[in-house]
Ligand binder design. Structure first.
Ligand SMILES: C[S@@+](CC[C@H](N)C(=O)[O-])C[C@H]1O[C@@H](n2cnc3c(N)ncnc32)[C@H](O)[C@@H]1O
Length: 417
């Protein structure tokens, strides 16, 4: 069956209409002519699983990554960046109910400050698209940048010299499992975290990464295919630092940090612009990215976060920047006295806000709510409820994830008069 891709859907797949059927075809662009050989039904949609692009659309741009199409990381490198932003804007508009401009990532390549590279018998790289067992061997990742080349070259040299065993995921055997590379884009500091199974790591390992600020060895004793573990040892600095504008943050192997440093600058700036009054509660405060930035701007800030380690990092971040901000371990559904804050900043996980929290917001009515979301669908659902008492004053998208269908939104809500 042949057809022409009409547009991209919100997951970044090309939409082809043939007769009464609508197919979603990965890695295609509007204007492509495709031959669909096989498909499967998933969540009431027909996804092409075997297809050929018989004629490429003139709208395509050359992907910068040699592994594009094989690697599971990026879906849209062949789509012009302006078009990626337009589709993300449409997606946000659908869920927020108004036109939304999406600010571009200041760098569409080299922006990622973290990659989790599989080290396995199948290859050293990223999971092959659509598999949990196979890996695409990579020399580097253009979305992360040049430093990935150096680290992966060093790792291969270490493997070549000492022949440690590599993990076989099907058999749950082998020693080396992941290498996580993190880089402070504005500080140049580099962290390497080798994740292994139980065993002995040779003393020589850190010598291969003597240019890194921080080298870690973590052990994952489980069968789970995760890129973290219990920290066994580290060499060099305990943390690396990243700087967003005038605020410096610490990064630890087991702590979260916004993955696009350049986009994160735009994000904190927008949150800073939208916040009003004096007293601010940053709920889901993580490592204090917004709270510390806002405290530096003179707001009186508290943060609440479920993860004690993140709270510890947030406190360190406040101290490092010489600002006062109080961070507490706590849960969204237990927060009290929301009415004492002028602005409530919310950056929940993908599942969105706890229903009890929504009830409390509607009852206690802080004047301004700034909702940061990485999931437009749950944002849209939560907004529907909040709009009972609030109205959207302004909303903007920030492209934290170029070449993927994901987008971050920042929505400013004001209490209705
Ligand atoms: C999207 S992240 C926010 C990250 C934060 N803004 C930062 O930049 O570090 C969501 C955060 O919510 C926290 N979290 C998840 N469930 C929670 C809950 N029930 N109550 C409070 N915090 C929660 C997670 O640990 C995570 O740090």
């Amino acid at each position: 069956m042949r057809g022409i891709v009409e547009k991209l859907d919100f997951e970044g797949m090309g939409v082809v209409r043939i007769g009464k059927k609508e197919f979603h075809v990965p890695f295609t662009a509007p204007g492509d002519e495709v031959e669909i050989k096989k498909w499967r039904r998933k969540k009431r949609r027909l996804i092409a699983t075997d297809f050929e692009v018989v004629k490429e659309s003139p709208e395509r741009v050359p992907p910068e990554c040699p592994y594009f199409g094989k690697c599971g990381g990026c879906a849209l490198q062949h789509i012009p960046y302006s078009e990626q932003l337009r589709v993300k804007g449409e997606k946000l508009a659908k869920h927020i109910g108004m036109d939304v401009e999406v600010l571009p990532s200041p760098r569409p390549y080299g922006h990622r400050n973290r990659i989790d590279v599989v080290v396995s018998t199948g290859g050293i790289g990223f999971r092959r698209k659509g598999t949990w067992w196979d890996a695409v061997d990579i020399e580097w990742c253009p979305v992360f940048g040049e430093a990935s080349k150096r680290v992966l070259r060093s790792l291969r040299e270490f493997i070549e010299d000492f022949k440690p065993s590599l993990y076989n995921i099907r058999e749950n055997s082998g020693f080396l499992r992941y290498i996580v590379i993190r880089e402070g884009k504005f500080t140049g500091e580099l962290m390497v975290n080798l994740v292994t199974s139980e065993g002995e790591l040779l003393e020589e390992f850190p010598n291969y990464f003597d240019y890194a600020t921080s080298v870690y060895w973590s052990v994952n004793r489980t069968k789970s295919d995760v890129s973290y573990g219990e920290i066994e040892r580290f060499w060099g600095s305990e943390f690396i630092r990243e700087r967003l504008n005038d605020v410096v943050y610490l990064i630890h192997p087991n702590s979260f940090f916004q993955t696009n440093s350049y986009g994160a600058v735009e994000l904190v700036k927008k949150v800073g612009e939208f916040v009003e009054g004096e007293k601010v509660l940053d709920l889901y405060s993580g490592v204090g990215t917004f709270a510390v930035y806002l405290a530096k701007r003179g707001f009186s800030v508290e943060g609440i976060e479920i993860n004690p380690f993140a709270v510890d990092m947030a406190r360190r971040n406040a101290e490092l920047n010489g600002v006062e901000a109080a961070f507490h371990v706590g849960e969204d559904r237990d927060v009290e006295n929301l009415g004492v804050y002028d602005t409530l900043v919310l950056d929940p996980p993908r599942a969105g806000l706890h229903p009890k929290l929504i009830k409390k917001i509607l009852k206690e009515q802080p004047e301004t709510v700034v909702y940061v979301s990485c999931n437009p669908a749950t944002l849209g659902e939560n907004l529907k409820k909040l709009l009972e008492k609030y109205e959207v004053e302004t909303a903007v998208g920030v492209d934290m994830f170029p070449h993927t269908p994901h987008v971050e939104a920042v929505v400013k809500l004001k209490l209705k008069v």
